[in-house]
Ligand binder design. Structure first.
Ligand SMILES: Cc1ncc(C[n+]2csc(CCOP(=O)(O)OP(=O)(O)O)c2C)c(N)n1
Length: 250
């Protein structure tokens, strides 16, 4: 039978994935591996994971990883990059990690223009701990801590991290993508590549926000999560380049 799928060299063949079936973390992890291999930078890569499902692959990837205390990945990345400037330092964080408990560290690192890359997985909830409301939960979207759905008067509004960071002077590159269609998977891969290249070129802070799913806690079949992303998530979190200072000749 013709083989139609294989893991990248950065993901060990003999290990079972830590992610639930249909989870987009798997897709993004594969893309990161492909990009590192294509750019020939596997040996210099260090991933700083947040706490959550974003750390479930650390046992079976071929590049170095550090787990930061919850929310502190951008602070750890700052220290790593400043002390090891030749390494390719990227964080890999969920929305609970990056936009809630780590909000201060995230904004501060972006505001300093640290020369690191953030891969921010926005699945609208806290995945690992059972679907609690995150800063990115949509209005009306159910969460285990908001069983009737998010209500603006009680819980505030969804937070748009790309747009918030776009208020700062320092960030170099901010793009929001998704992996809900093959075209968007390709765009996500290109965005990750660009963000890593920015770091190699010493350009400063880059972030790729990836609008993702959580079939388990959304209570949806994996295929139905793709429709949910298209119909509900993307109107709230529109895809595209929010900032690219290379276009300004910087
Ligand atoms: C200081 C601290 N507070 C709370 C927790 C519990 N905790 C573990 S994972 C997690 C949620 C992570 O959610 P998110 O960042 O959205 O990542 P996902 O699991 O969705 O990828 C929480 C609250 C913890 N480990 N440490």
């Amino acid at each position: 039978m013709e083989k139609i799928y294989s893991r990248t060299k950065t993901i060990q063949e003999d290990k079972v994935s830590g992610f639930c079936p249909g989870c987009m973390h798997s897709t993004v992890v594969k893309l990161i591996g492909e990009v590192l291999e294509e750019m020939n930078i596997v040996d210099k890569a260090v991933m700083i994971t947040g706490i959550g499902c974003c750390g479930l692959h650390m046992d079976y990837i071929a590049y170095d990883t550090i787990t930061a205390p919850h929310g502190r990945a951008c602070a750890v990345a700052t220290g790593m990059k400043r002390t090891s400037p030749d390494s390719l330092i990227f964080t890999y964080q969920g929305d609970g990690d990056f936009a809630s408990i780590g909000l201060g560290e995230s904004i501060s690192a972006a505001n300093r223009g640290e020369n690191v890359t953030v891969i921010f997985i926005n699945n609208g909830i806290y995945g690992m701990t059972g679907g609690q409301m995150a800063p990115t939960t949509l209005l009306g979207m159910k969460a285990s801590t908001a069983p009737k759905g998010r209500i603006a008067e009680e819980h505030g509004y969804p937070m748009h991290m790309c747009e918030i960071l776009n208020q700062l002077t320092a960030p170099y590159y901010l793009e929001r993508t998704s992996c809900n269609t093959p075209q968007n998977v390709i765009k996500t891969k290109n965005a990750i590549k660009k963000a890593f290249q920015n770091q190699l070129d010493g350009k400063g802070f880059s972030m790729v926000e990836i609008v993702s799913n959580c079939p388990t806690n959304w209570g949806l079949d994996p295929l139905d999560t793709l429709d949910f992303i298209e119909e509900k998530m993307l109107p709230e979190f529109p895809l595209g380049v929010i900032r690219d200072r290379s276009k300004e000749g910087v």
